[in-house]
Write a new protein. Structure first.
Length: 73
């Protein structure tokens, strides 16, 4: 396989990752993703700060399990 073919495959995998991420962000709000207990939300006047730390941890665990499962096959 030449360098350009592997480069193309990497771009395809990145694209698939972003499509899956977009679907999770669009549909995830209906299932509570992004609104878990432990997510940091601070609002004062015009300033709002939101950091979904627990959501990031949960998604990281799920993604790690999925990638581990994919690598075994």
């Amino acid at each position: 396989m030449s360098g350009w073919e592997s480069f193309g495959r990497i771009f395809i995998m990145i694209g698939i990752f972003f499509i899956i991420l977009g679907v999770v962000l669009l549909v995830g709000g209906k299932f509570g993703i992004g609104k878990l207990p432990g997510d940091i939300y601070y609002k004062k006047g015009n300033f709002t700060f939101y950091f979904p730390i627990v959501t990031c941890i949960v998604l990281s665990i799920i993604l790690s399990l999925v990638l581990t499962f994919i690598r075994k096959f």
